[in-house]
Structures are given as structure tokens and as C-alpha cells.
Design a protein around this ligand. Structure first.
Ligand code: ZN
Length: 198
């Protein structure tokens, strides 16, 4: 039964479709939004539309950014010869928060999952291999320690091995099935420092 009228119900449904927002949170947010001043609601909606409109992939590392080359890749202080491979821009953000990594990244936007029909061609692997034709010393594979993350790590290491570039995998301080973005900075750092060569 529709207690609220179709406009509010529509808003609740839209909010509930977002990750991590359950039915109750969606209701709470919807009522908060309809009680906000018109101007604030327009700012909120505008920020969403603007972000979506201006977002693109960094030409070097494929992370989401609003510039052709993201701030990390365009920072002259970063060590371009060390590339950390992560599954998502959120994982990149998690490592950036530690403030201790001075290399650059490569964002795959996913992981290989035969179960879900996601193959090597569906993630940004081709772009990674192209980057490796440049001057690269080490590739650190920091995909999640889920089945998909491990499968992807193995696939990438096999791909890179013949090039002679050093390939390493972050240590198992990261719990199995753990999403990198939820792991605290100390654990992330330990995983990076304890990485093992593949
Ligand atoms: Zn970049």
C-alpha cells in the first residue's frame, strides 16, 4: 500500500537502489530531502548531475577523475616506475589515505569473475599492459583477497612475468574476502610493506 503518495514513494525507491541504503534509511533520507529548503535540494541534485557529467577516466591510470590526467599521475613527485594495481577508485583512495605510498596506480574497474561472466577483456588490463611498455620497475598487485581478486592477481602476474618486470602481491594482512576500502590504514600499510614477489 502506498502510504506516502507516488512522488515520495518514487524518491524512496530511487534512494533504496543505492548501495548500502536499505528501505528504512531510504525513507529517512526521502523525508529529510522533502523537508529541506528548495535551494538546498537543487544544490544536491545539481552536484550529482555535475559530477556525473564531468567525470572521466584518467588517460594514464584509468581512475575516475574530472581531468584528463588525474592529480596523482600529474604529480611530478610520484614514482611513475612503481604501479599499484587496484580494483576500484575507492581502493586507490584507501591507499592514498595512508599517505605512505608514493608510486602511481592502475585502476582495473572490476576483477575477473568466471561466475559473473567477467573476463580479462572486461577490466582495464589492456591499458595496464600498454603502460608496461614504458619504464616500469615494479607492479604491486593490490586486488582484494576475494576469489575474484586472487584470480585476477594470478592472471596479471602470468601476463607480466615474461616482460621481466618485478611483480609483487600485497601481503595477507588483508582478511580474506576483505574489501580494501573498509580496512584500516595500519593494516593496509603492513600489507604493502610485507608484499611478496610473485
Ligand atoms: Zn591517473
Amino acid at each position: 500500500m502506498d502510504y506516502y503518495g507516488s512522488q515520495i514513494t518514487k524518491l524512496i525507491e530511487q534512494l533504496a537502489s543505492l548501495p548500502g541504503i536499505g528501505g528504512k534509511s531510504a525513507q529517512r533520507l526521502a523525508f529529510h530531502i522533502v523537508n529541506m529548503p528548495q535551494e538546498k535540494v537543487e544544490q544536491l541534485a545539481g552536484a550529482m548531475v555535475d559530477a556525473k557529467k564531468h567525470i572521466c577516466y584518467c588517460k594514464e591510470c584509468c581512475t575516475l577523475t574530472d581531468q584528463e590526467i588525474c592529480p596523482i599521475c600529474s604529480n611530478p613527485v610520484r614514482d611513475k616506475k612503481t604501479i599499484m594495481v587496484v580494483e576500484s577508485s575507492r581502493d586507490l583512495a584507501a591507499y592514498e589515505k595512508t599517505g605512505k605510498y608514493d608510486g602511481v596506480y592502475h585502476v582495473l574497474h572490476g576483477a575477473i569473475s568466471p561466475l559473473l561472466g567477467i573476463g580479462p577483456g572486461d577490466i582495464r588490463l589492456k591499458e595496464l599492459m600498454q603502460r608496461l611498455q614504458g619504464d616500469v620497475n615494479e607492479v604491486i598487485i593490490a586486488t582484494n583477497s576475494s576469489l575474484e581478486g586472487e584470480t585476477t592477481a594470478m592472471y596479471i602476474s602470468k601476463l607480466i612475468k615474461p616482460t621481466g618486470i618485478k611483480v609483487s602481491r600485497i601481503a595477507s594482512g588483508v582478511p580474506v574476502g576483505g574489501d580494501l576500502e573498509y580496512i584500516d590504514e595500519v593494516t593496509l600499510l603492513r600489507a604493502l610493506e610485507g608484499r611478496v614477489e610473485l
